[in-house]
Design a protein around this ligand. Structure first.
Ligand code: MOS
Length: 622
């Protein structure tokens, strides 16, 4: 009944186990082809065309496992009501998903499992599924017949809630002297556990980010005696773009073509795999906006040739991409006679500012001041919301809110006709809704506010529940992605190899920006995650014992304020209404994808040293 007693009691538990051989050595195991699982292959045109290319490179890139480690620890409170009703307060990006998993796990009716999670103190993907501590808390609550609170320790955050998997990649890439790509070959191997296969789209970016006639890719999983990895911000492309965008940079020096120019030369107008046009693609605009802001004209064309205050100066850039689309979500709207509108959906908010964005859109769709609108979230008793992830929350729930607001306006028209004499015998089509007022389109002097309609109908409130629906058939005719381009200026100390970031500019084509402040904040946060990936973050494993040696914040280095330079965010801010009526495409992942290679490319520009295994710590530069 106290934390101290619980910790002491746990220390008294004696575990008996049988020692078995373990294998956590990636390099060693990867060499054995028989250990690799789940072959995934893709090919168009000729295989390994880069080998015959005019100008080519072939290089290997690795990233270590990185942990999400948000400031807030994972934690669960479980409370049983009798044998068949369960309430769980949890750190989860998907209340509905956790509800489903627990219902299955304990053989309960879904409606008897309530999961509550409103605001999450960071998750970055670690809350996209339930981990073993969640059912453990539920089992314990059943055993002790009382509510149980379980907080994962910081050390356990390294071993129980997933991580971005350690990955090896090899890229062969070639171009003609004019810079036109002629071949890309991209192979990847990433680790998974013995008991679950976790894979992500690491090599996919090479298939579609640039126009190239000959592309072949392969992806394999390597099971080791480790816990299961999971999605971590920008899953797939974050790893894949490190290799592809580094390789393109290497190629640009060999071709003597500016790296931005090289990307423009190979800009894909149609999606190279599906051959479909993009719903919207303002990638070229990102190059222009970012290049201007970082001062790209000051970039040394010869690496290591410019110093400022005794420090080597480098500029780098790299692109990021992630899938966009419209997931399914439901929302409820409650319009009250007191003039307020409450919107509800069972989503949680892990920091991007989902509530702010939903209120902003509610205000826009209902043409009401934002201070009249509230958004309620984070409870499985609310209408079905999506798991917050994959940069899809705003377009999914925003669409549901759009449909809800349209229905509310229609209901108001019908109520005016039924209850207000001046509107009697009119058809809803003859009325219009503007800024909370229903009027007769042909004669706007006949009008009434929505609060007066509710009063006339003697109703304290009206409510509707609506679903976003799937993307339209029209949407099937398009490829859909968000794009980003990150620009970096940095200093490297010529003797110690210490890197000091001077400026980061992130330019993004994320569709319409719904909430400027929170969108900017999301981009900045993603870029800081990218700094960690590039320069500091790495779990170290002692292969003799299969244990992490740095499972704490003293030894596992996440970037802090002092590591973050002045950061600028520029949005193209053009609506994509093919994806959804919100116009939004999604920001969360492209905020991080491409940052690490942009930094690695800037380090090369400053020093002439190409670091292909992250993180780029000073010892690798001296
Ligand atoms: Mo994100 S990895 O979809 O939480």
């Amino acid at each position: 009944d106290t934390m101290e007693r619980a910790v002491h009691a746990a220390s008294l538990v004696k575990a008996e186990y049988v020692k078995e051989e373990s294998d956590t050595d990636f390099e060693n195991a990867k060499a054995d082809e028989k250990k690799l699982k789940k072959p995934g292959e893709y090919k168009r045109g000729d295989t390994d065309a880069y080998k015959k290319g005019e100008v080519s490179i072939e290089e290997e890139y690795t990233i270590p496992s990185e942990t999400h480690n948000p400031m807030e620890l994972h934690a669960t409170i479980a409370a049983w009501d009798g044998d068949d009703k369960l309430t769980v307060y949890d750190k989860s990006q998907g209340p509905k998903g956790t509800q489903r998993e627990l219902a299955q796990c304990f053989g309960l009716d879904e409606k008897n499992v309530r999961v509550v999670v409103e605001y999450v103190g960071g998750a970055f993907g670690s809350g996209l599924r339930s981990w073993p501590h969640v059912p453990a808390a539920v089992i314990a609550a059943k055993k002790v017949k009382r509510p149980v609170k379980l907080i994962v320790t910081r050390e356990q955050m390294f071993t129980t809630v997933g991580y971005r998997p350690h990955a090896w990649q090899k890229i062969g890439i070639s171009a003609g002297k004019d810079g036109k790509l002629t071949g890309i070959t991209h192979h990847a191997v990433s680790i998974t556990s013995r008991y679950e296969d976790f894979g992500e789209g690491i090599v996919n970016v090479s298939q579609f980010l640039y126009d190239c006639p000959n592309v072949n890719t392969s992806y394999r999983l390597l099971p080791l005696d480790v816990n299961t990895p999971t999605w971590m911000r920008g899953p797939g492309p974050a790893t894949g773009c490190f290799a592809l965008e580094s390789a393109l940079d290497e190629l640009s020096y060999k071709l003597n073509i500016d790296p931005i120019e090289l990307r423009v030369i190979n800009h894909a107008v149609l999606h190279p795999v599906s051959k479909l046009p993009w719903s919207t693609k303002f990638l070229k605009e990102c190059y222009v906006l970012g290049k201007e802001k970082i001062g790209w004209q000051n970039r040394p064309t010869v690496p290591g040739s410019v110093t400022e205050d005794g420090m080597l100066v480098g500029y780098g850039m790299a692109g990021g991409v992630f899938g966009a689309g419209r997931g399914q979500a439901s929302a409820k709207g409650i319009l009250k006679a007191d003039g307020t509108l409450t919107l509800q959906s069972a989503v949680s908010d892990m920091g991007p500012g989902t509530s702010t964005a939903m209120v902003t859109m509610g205000a826009q769709f209902m043409e009401l001041p934002a201070n009249k609108i509230s958004f309620e979230l984070g409870d499985t008793d609310l209408p079905n919301g999506p798991t917050q992830g994959g940069s899809g929350t705003t377009s999914a729930i925003g669409t549901a809110i759009n449909v809800v607001c349209t229905a509310l306006k229609q209901t108001l028209k019908e109520m005016a006709i039924a209850n207000v004499p001046a509107f009697a015998n009119l058809k809803p089509e003859a009325l219009k809704y503007e800024q909370g007022i229903i009027s007769v389109t042909e004669n706007v002097s006949i009008n009434i506010s929505y609060t007066d309609i509710l009063k006339a109908a003697n109703k304290p409130e009206i409510e509707v529940v609506k679903d976003s629906g799937r993307a339209t058939a029209e949407a099937q005719k398009y490829a859909m992605n968000s794009f980003s381009v990150h620009f970096v200026k940095l200093h490297v100390h010529p003797v110690t190899g210490v890197i000091k970031l001077k400026q980061i500019v992130s330019a993004a084509d994320a569709g319409k920006i719904i909430s400027e402040n929170t969108a900017r904040s999301q981009m900045v946060g993603g870029a800081v995650g990218g700094i960690g990936m590039a320069l500091t973050e790495e779990v170290n494993i002692d292969n003799r014992y299969g244990r992490y040696t740095n499972a704490n914040f003293g030894d596992y280095h996440v970037p802090v304020n002092a590591d973050a330079p002045p950061m600028d965010v520029v949005f193209v801010n053009k609506a994509d209404i093919i994806i959804s009526p919100t116009g939004a495409k999604g920001i969360g992942e492209i905020a991080l994808v491409g940052v690490a290679p942009a930094i690695a490319n800037a380090v090369y520009n400053a020093t002439g040293k190409r670091i292909r295994n992250l993180p780029i710590t000073p010892d690798k530069l001296i």
